[in-house]
Design a protein around this ligand. Structure first.
Ligand code: FAD
Length: 576
């Protein structure tokens, strides 16, 4: 176990009295943990798996205003989302960056009537959107940010100019429009950075992954998922941030009145990461935001040197760990082939896939795309009052956390003492606008290779210096393999300082090794050895971690063991 986890458990043992317990450590739970701990309350956050391992690890990685919510007439949601997008661009510039987004357009007027009907609540069906409704939507988008504009206004162009810039797009298009939103490189890492920030600013509050809270008589216990130990705790209020699992966890914690209807109804969405250089080049640094034949909006954009494409939107009955099914993969690949007909896009270019369940508010909307992405807070009575966070988006986590915190503060009769709208996050604090300068400083100060400096600046922002200081005091600061920029010492840093408990935490969520398709059989073993050294794992535990990671990588991310073996073989040939 890391000293960091040990200290956290010790803090709870020493004093189990909290003002608020937050259950669920996705981005919403982490957001409200930070928000409340900064108001001088003592807060405990418990997450039963790893931080940001549920839906918060599965988004399209867009930080956006939600252009298509305008069709539903959700102006308030768009305004709030744009404000939060801009706040993230400013507070987390190391991970949230502008994303020029281009829409290929196939007609002039179509969708105008349907858009208006949707706006008036008279239609729930999607239809193809032509140049006119798109122009109206983009003008409204620009109008919303007119007072404080961080990103350029939209532009329109005809077919000839569009095909000159994107020659691989389908020649059937008539126009294209470009507008700006943002993307997030490492959503899981940003969540962990917020936990680290909060620990520094409010040391009496505690965030624990791999733990649960259970009722015990009139009180509660925290169950440490690693040792099974139970520690008594008390709280005045619970915030339930368990996302798609909200209805099941709510009843077990509250034992209050039974509800007739669940609060949450999920829809599943899947994404692919492709290693397809011609497609990456064809995107020209833009996201292409397009409609599939069924009217669903799909996206494709450059992601850490690969291509990210998605997503699907399928109703599910129960919350569970989900994967991209073969028919979803076919759907996404077919959609890409339709828009880029000249590029050979093949299934064997998929290096990783992921899937998650959107915890949306219960709705009887026939078309899942029309279910609101807005958020709600429900107060439920029980042993202590429970505030349930329902719905929302990654982009708007801070707004939902702020509103939930205000409801809790009112319940406890406390005043707000600190605002988070302009609070920098993790390595975004002091991250230079001129990234090249920061990378050059790392090269000069620590004598490292420029490629490693670029990787560390990209993944850690200004915290790259903490990583390098840690690594340079050790004798295992060597790459995991000849192609890797990640070193064994960096893995030890993550185990010691970033709450990584399992091999999966490091390979899936703290580093881009799996999502970029860099992980190989050799890297799995070396990473496990580096973690074992830092966390004192026995050989048996190390083997269990490797087996569990390989199983989950195949089952939930479409990467079988023979693909990892092949990568190891190819690399040893290249380096021989
Ligand atoms: C396919 C898809 C695409 C998306 N794209 C975008 C996008 O591009 N931009 C955007 O802004 N948003 C996007 N979203 C939405 C966004 O990802 C979610 O709104 C957000 O991640 C929800 O966070 P959460 O914390 O509520 O849920 P989660 O991240 O699921 O967190 C809930 C946590 O509670 C834990 N938990 C459950 N039960 C218990 C218990 N009893 N005790 C302790 N812990 C428990 C779970 O393990 C989980 O970690 C997308 C979502 C999906 C699925």
């Amino acid at each position: 176990m890391s000293a960091q986890r040990d200290e956290n458990l010790e803090l709870i043992r020493r004093d189990g009295a909290f003002d608020v317990v937050v259950v669920g450590g996705g981005i919403n739970g982490i957001g409200v943990f930070r928000e409340l701990a900064l108001q001088n309350l003592r807060v405990l956050l418990v997450e039963r798996n790893d931080f940001c391992s549920g839906c918060s690890a599965a988004p399209s990685r867009m930080i956006h205003g939600g252009l298509r919510y305008l069709e539903n007439g959700e102006f308030g949601l768009v305004r709030e989302s744009l404000r939060e997008r801009d706040a993230l661009l400013t507070n987390a510039p190391h991970m949230v960056r502008p994303l020029p987004t281009t829409i290929p357009i196939w007609s002039v007027f179509s969708g105008l009537l349907n858009g208006a009907a949707g706006f008036l609540g008279l239609s729930s069906k999607p239809s193809s959107r032509g140049a006119l409704p798109i122009k109206i939507g983009l003008s409204l988008y620009d109008w919303t940010t007119r007072k404080k504009r961080l990103l350029p206004k939209h532009s329109f162009r005809g077919a000839r100019e569009t095909l000159r810039r994107w020659p691989q797009l389908s020649p059937r298009l008539l126009f294209s429009a470009t507008y700006y939103d943002a993307w997030i490189s490492y959503p899981e890492r940003l969540g962990v950075e917020m936990v680290i920030d909060t620990k520094r600013l409010a040391p009496e509050s505690v965030a624990l992954n791999y733990a649960q809270v259970e009722r015990a008589g009139d009180g509660f216990v925290v169950v440490d998922g690693q040792s099974g130990d139970k520690i008594e705790v008390s709280t005045k209020v619970i915030v339930n941030a368990t996302g798609a699992w909200l209805d099941e966890s709510l009843d077990s914690l509250a034992a209050g009145e039974k509800r007739n209807e669940p609060f949450v109804s999920g829809t599943k969405g899947s994404h692919l990461i492709l290693d397809c250089p011609p497609l990456l080049e064809a995107l020209g640094g833009h996201m292409i935001f397009f409609e599939n034949a069924d009217g669903r909006v799909c996206i494709v954009f450059p992601y850490l040197g690969k291509v990210l494409a998605g997503s699907t939107d399928i109703r599910v009955k129960a919350a569970a760990r989900v994967r991209c099914e073969p028919e979803e993969q076919d759907y996404i690949l077919d959609a890409l082939r339709r828009v880029f007909p000249g590029i050979g896009i093949a299934a064997d270019q998929v290096v990783f896939s992921y899937s998650g369940i959107r915890p949306l508010p219960t709705s009887d909307q026939e078309f899942t795309g029309r279910i609101t992405r807005s958020h709600f807070i429900h107060r439920v009575d029980g042993v202590v009052p429970q505030f349930c966070m329902v719905g929302g988006k990654w982009t708007t986590f801070r707004a939902l956390a702020e509103q939930t915190a205000d409801a809790v503060l009112a319940e406890l009769g406390c005043d707000r003492v600190r605002d988070t709208l302009a609070l920098p996050i993790g390595g975004g604090d002091g991250f230079s606008d001129v990234v090249d300068e920061f990378e050059a400083e790392l090269v000069e100060r620590y004598g490292i290779d420029p490629r490693r400096a670029a990787y560390l600046a990209d993944a850690y922002g200004t915290r790259a210096e903490d990583v390098l200081r840690f690594c340079q005091q050790r004798d295992d600061d060597r790459p995991l393999d000849d192609t890797s920029r990640t070193t064994e010492a960096e893995i030890a840093f993550l185990a010691a300082n970033e709450f990584a408990v399992s091999l999966e935490d490091v390979l899936l969520r703290r580093t881009p090794l799996s999502i970029r398709g860099d992980v190989s059989a050799d890297i799995v073993v070396r990473t496990a050895e580096a973690m074992a050294g830092e966390l004192g794992w026995s050989d048996e535990r190390k083997e269990r971690e490797i087996a569990s990671f390989l199983r989950n990588l195949e089952n939930y991310h479409g990467v079988p063991k023979d693909m990892l073996d092949r990568r190891s073989r190819e690399r040893s040939l290249t380096c021989a």
